[in-house]
Design a protein around this ligand. Structure first.
Ligand code: C6P
Length: 402
């Protein structure tokens, strides 16, 4: 079957969509699952004692169970629904960071992080008088547990690393980083925003303490995200937000907290989003990781091979397509990335241009802005060919040779 048929928006808008690292398109099965929930089962969950509310609660909790199975969590109470990966990472930095960091402690993150796995740590360290240390990658994006081993100390309490970089597309060895962190008494926070949509991730195998990701980058609606956390850590953490069903008992003086996971889900929750995420998991499972990964790998290799014909195009990161996971970030000599984006758009090709919310990384690499094409398994070689038709015209349209 043609996978593109699952994404009618692509034909309707006649677009080559290569901005999947920003957000993926949504197949009708996901949109319909969320819509069906609102048509048939909508009520405020976890509160009502009437059947409709109980049904809404079932939809929500059943989605949580499927998310737990999808990432190999030991128990569904380790799955906290949030709005997105950013909120998940903030939850850990606020709740764990501000409770368990002391003056003189250290947090290590990497220079290759998205701002969402950097700024929350900057703020937590400032609030607690802790030190934030950056692990610098090699210029091609390489980051290894050995590199962490060289800078970690017994003062390090938290190590925060992305599993796949949204600029290089490179996968980091989270299991290896977790092993080093644990040996030094630190916890490992993994940013799974760019990994969970593209490869099987098993939190027990990785032995990460926290994993954050967003539904909207894996075919689910916007506004639903996930924080996985080990139960013993989540249990000792204070709530991040207050109010709603996150309480056990409230007096005028104070309150006690609900059991996990509700302690971390203040206010009315996003059941439609959770149901959409559950359907997105079904969608991924229907095709299977072998198919998804093979298609994305083939497309990346096809595109990177073609790029060799463009001497004025410079790819960030490794020359090996297997290390890109569908993400190709590049510059075009003599042309500003925003001009590139405008020309791609004239050709109905959607790519991203800018700093990709990784300004310190781009500064370290000696640039301010780049162009990024990012693939999902519904892309095909025809999309890549259309991308290259546009790329071929860029320098000509800007009045440059070639
Ligand atoms: N990166 C990109 O175009 P949110 O926005 O909360 O869903 O995801 C944040 C986030 C965290 N970590 C990584 C590695 C990410 O790539 C992102 C989102 C998008 O690269 C939007 S800036």
């Amino acid at each position: 079957m043609d996978i593109k048929e699952e994404f009618p928006i692509l034909e309707k808008r006649n677009i080559v969509y290569l901005d999947n690292a920003a957000t993926t398109q949504k197949p009708p099965c996901v949109i319909e699952a969320a819509s069906r929930y609102y048509k048939e089962n909508n009520a405020n969950p976890l509160r009502g004692l009437y059947q409709l509310s109980i049904d809404a609660t079932d939809e929500y909790e059943n989605s949580r169970q499927e998310v737990a199975e999808f990432i190999g969590a030991a128990d569904k109470s380790e799955i906290i629904f949030t709005r997105n990966a950013t909120e998940s990472l903030n939850l850990v930095a606020y709740s764990y960071g501000r409770s368990f960091l002391d003056q003189g402690d250290e947090v290590i993150t990497t220079i290759a992080e998205h701002h969402s796995n950097m700024i929350p740590w900057q703020q937590a360290c400032k609030a607690r008088g802790a030190k934030l240390t950056y692990l610098y990658c090699e210029k091609d994006g390489t980051l290894t547990p050995d590199m962490l081993e060289k800078i970690i100390s017994d003062k390090t309490k938290i190590v925060a690393v992305t599993q796949v970089s949204n600029v290089f597309g490179r996968e980091n060895d989270i299991k290896g980083f977790a092993e080093v962190a644990h040996r030094h008494g630190a916890i490992l926070v993994a940013d799974g925003a760019q990994s969970v949509p593209h490869m099987p991730v098993n939190v027990q195998d990785l032995d990460c303490d926290f994993l954050a990701f967003s539904g909207h980058k894996m075919y689910a609606p916007m506004g639903i995200g996930v924080l996985y956390g080990k139960k013993d850590l989540l249990e000792k953490m204070p709530p991040f937000l207050f109010g709603g069903e996150m309480i056990e008992y409230v007096t005028t003086e104070g309150a006690t907290w609900a059991e996990l996971p509700h302690k971390f889900e203040a206010g009315t929750v996003n059941v439609g989003g959770a149901v959409g995420l559950r359907e997105a998991i079904h969608f991924i499972n229907r095709f299977g990781w072998d198919t998804i990964m093979k298609r994305e790998e083939d497309l990346t290799a096809y595109a990177m091979d073609k790029m060799k014909d463009y001497p004025y195009v410079h790819i960030l990161g490794s020359a090996d397509p297997a290390k890109h996971h569908g993400i190709i970030t590049f510059t075009v000599e003599g042309v500003h990335p925003h001009d590139c984006a405008a020309i791609f758009d004239e050709h109905d090709v959607a790519i991203r241009a800018g700093h990709h919310c990784a300004q310190p990384l781009l500064k370290y690499l000696g640039t301010l802005s780049t162009v990024r094409a990012s693939m999902a398994f519904y892309n095909d070689r025809n999309d890549i060919d259309r991308f290259f038709e546009a790329l071929t015209s860029i320098r000509k349209e800007m009045g440059l040779d070639g």
